[in-house]
Design a protein around this ligand. Structure first.
Ligand code: MFK
Length: 635
């Protein structure tokens, strides 16, 4: 049996990698070592005390005890669920050895680069020393290494090469999941690059986007290019249809020049972008709303004087987190561009990009949870309090176990969406798969974004005060997690997207949901240890069916008030079914069963619970408003 076959067939205990990918395991400190201060001159009295051994702080003011730091180990070998999931669905030796080797590289090399990206954030240089406007976004050398690494490792390319057919997206996203928390936020440009490649491919590869596509999906660092996604303008990021002021002025050669102001452009050092604008007619008029928006491809280039063509970088954003990555305000002042959608089909054409970036967002969310759990459980084997290691305090381990359950649920939910995406792209998707992909994309994004903030916050607490100290690298995990529920559609905007896709499909997406969850439950019905979980999901599914029946008879405002709780119910029920399904697999462990049972102790159908309490009755909004604005004196 080859080493990697062994990896596929045996359950793994501990973290050693030697013999699987041929690399000896190394433990990597997440911070450099601190140095004790030298001692000071001692008085005779002090020396006497010292001689008696009663002056422990006499030689070094810092004392002799130093807490051991948590150690990042190979994130692939540390992750029993990831390996189990792949053993079940993608038992390919090549995939395992690649993920194992990549995990080793992440722990031993890339994580340090990620830290470098954080401590050397990008800066904007507006002018050269001689006063010429240059608008250079200066990034760290680590950020540039991330770009080369991304090409070499095929972090975008795999999705298009499709080495494992319909499972290729699962493989690609597994690599990104391992990479994300160490990537210095390089996963952001990769998300948009992947999304742009998908849009160009789905529209049909033609000039000038043909060259762009081959570069976005290249494995050669010198050819690889990244893309931006410039959608947000000053009037807001959610209501794109009425918030987009940018105009596209037709040129005689069939191209356009864009004039407008993009308020949030992430990873602004990208080589190209996809963006929305309104085409002007001969009189300079544009069509309003969504129907007036078209999709444009533009390259970011410089003229002979070194000045950006048609772009001025107004300033970099001062953000709570994601500081590793440049986010800028851009004035588009005659940016050369090519229209790649039909006129007025901008939103529908960029929707593919939204699907991809929302899935990437969800991968980053699950990965952030996984990373904080890995570090916290390692720390619990090093930190002693009240006479024993943290790992020997049942209450502490209970807290970590709850985080683990959330992390497992998030992982299975997002991987299932990747599975559906892979089926769609390889032409094996059924109608049911297509409906599920449309419904679950906003659901997984909104749910995992919220979970990540909660789990990472809990994780920081498990380090005590050290979790609050910047140069441990831990607070950055929380600051970066906070964006996951905001960009690419906030929780409420995505909840409304769920309603929209239910309405547009005449309920077919919900029909697909019920059908698939029932089939997952049926597949596990013969496993007695899962009975309580099965009953819980089955009961929640019935409650959800009842809710849908009742809601269909109510005014539209009723459903809007229920939108967020409905999305949460879909997430919890579907995740419960996935955990049960995974635990019923013949290679599952007792921990897989336990995780499923624990997950199903959640309120799986909060929309039914809250409906029963009258939370969506139309008498509620004025009461909510009165509560929110209780206090100010009415003038
Ligand atoms: C680590 C990971 C990093 C991730 C990358 C971070 C980058 C950060 C940069 C940003 O945050 S960029 C800003 C992101 N902005 C958003 O995500 C926008 C949020 N708002 C929405 O999603 C709104 O729902 C939307 C703008 C789409 C609403 O616009 P409309 O014009 O009111 O849409 P409408 O009329 O409902 O649909 C227009 C068409 O698009 C329809 O197609 P048809 O005309 O053929 O019927 C819809 O079916 C289609 N569509 C809309 N949303 C869709 C969709 N199709 C598929 N999926 C969707 N989600």
């Amino acid at each position: 049996m080859s080493v990697c076959s062994a990896l596929l067939t045996r359950r793994v205990a501990g973290g050693g990698c030697r013999g699987w990918c041929g690399v000896a395991p190394q433990l990597v400190p997440i911070r450099s070592a601190s140095v004790a201060e030298p001692g000071t001159r001692r008085s005779d009295e002090e020396q006497l005390w010292e001689a008696t051994g009663n002056l422990p702080f006499s030689r070094a003011k810092t004392g002799s005890f130093f807490q051991e730091r948590p150690v990042l180990k190979n994130p692939f070998l540390e992750d029993a669920l990831l390996r189990g999931y792949l053993r079940r669905h993608l038992p390919q030796e090549a995939a395992f050895s690649d993920l194992c080797a990549f995990g080793e590289r992440v722990a031993n090399e890339v994580d340090e680069w990620g830290r470098e990206c954080e401590v050397t954030p990008p800066r904007l240089v507006h002018f050269d020393p001689w006063g010429r406007r240059v608008d250079h976004i200066v990034t760290s050398s680590a950020w540039k290494r991330m770009k080369d690494l991304s090409a070499q490792e095929g972090l975008v390319a795999i999705g298009y090469e499709r080495p494992f057919g319909e499972w290729s997206r699962v493989y690609q996203m597994s690599k990104l999941y391992i990479f994300s928390p160490s990537s210095g936020l390089y996963t952001c440009p990769l998300a948009m690059t992947d999304g742009a490649a998908k849009v160009i491919q789905s529209i049909g590869v033609s000039w000038p986007a043909h060259e762009a596509y081959s570069r976005l999906t290249s494995r050669q660092p010198e050819r690889f290019r990244t893309s931006g996604q410039w959608m947000t303008e000053r009037q807001g990021g959610s209501d794109v249809a009425s918030g987009t002021e940018t105009v596209a002025v037709p040129q005689t050669d069939g191209s356009y020049k864009l004039h407008g102001f993009k308020w949030f452009t992430s990873a602004t050092d990208a080589d190209m972008t996809l963006t929305l604008a309104r085409v002007q007619d001969r009189t300079g008029a544009t069509a309003p709303g969504s129907r007036g928006l078209s999709l444009f491809y533009a390259e970011v280039s410089r003229d002979e004087g070194g000045r950006l063509r048609g772009i001025e970088v107004q300033r970099l954003k001062d953000k709570l987190g994601t500081r590793q990555m440049p986010t800028a305000e851009l004035l588009l002042d005659g940016l050369p561009a090519h229209r790649i959608s039909e006129e007025g089909r901008g939103v529908a054409s960029i929707a593919n990009m939204l699907t991809i970036t929302r899935i990437h967002n969800s991968i980053s969310a699950a990965a952030a949870m996984r990373r904080v759990v890995q570090l916290a459980r390692d720390y619990a084997t090093r930190r002693t309090a009240f006479g024993k290691l943290l790992k020997d305090h049942p209450l502490h381990i209970q807290t970590l176990a709850r985080m683990e359950v959330e992390t497992r649920g998030a992982f299975l939910l997002v991987m299932d969406v990747c599975r559906l995406l892979g089926r769609e792209e390889s032409g094996t998707a059924t109608q049911l798969d297509a409906h599920l992909l449309r419904l679950l994309t906003p659901v997984v994004k909104l749910y995992t974004g919220k979970q990540a903030v909660a789990v990472v916050s809990e994780g920081l607490e498990s380090f005590g005060g050290q979790g609050y100290i910047e140069d441990t690298g831990l607070p950055g995990l929380l600051r970066d997690a906070q964006v996951l529920s905001i960009w690419e559609g906030t929780t409420n905007v995505l909840s409304l997207d769920v309603l929209r896709c239910v309405a547009r499909s005449s309920g077919m997406v919900l029909h697909a949901f019920f059908t698939h969850v029932k089939s997952l439950l049926a597949g596990a019905s013969s496993v007695p240890s899962l009975t309580p979980a099965l009953k819980a999901v089955d009961g929640a599914l019935s409650e959800l069916e009842d809710f849908v029946q009742v809601a269909a008879t109510r005014a539209p405002g009723y459903l809007e008030l229920a939108a967020r709780d409905l999305a949460y119910s879909l997430a919890r029920i579907y995740t419960g079914a996935l955990l049960i399904d995974h635990a019923s697999w013949k290679g599952a462990s007792s921990s897989d069963t336990y995780a499923a049972l624990r997950w199903c102790e959640h309120d799986l159908c909060p929309v039914a619970t809250k409906q029963a309490r009258g939370c969506y009755d139309l008498s509620t909004p004025p009461l909510d408003a009165a509560l929110v604005y209780d206090g100010p004196i009415q003038g």
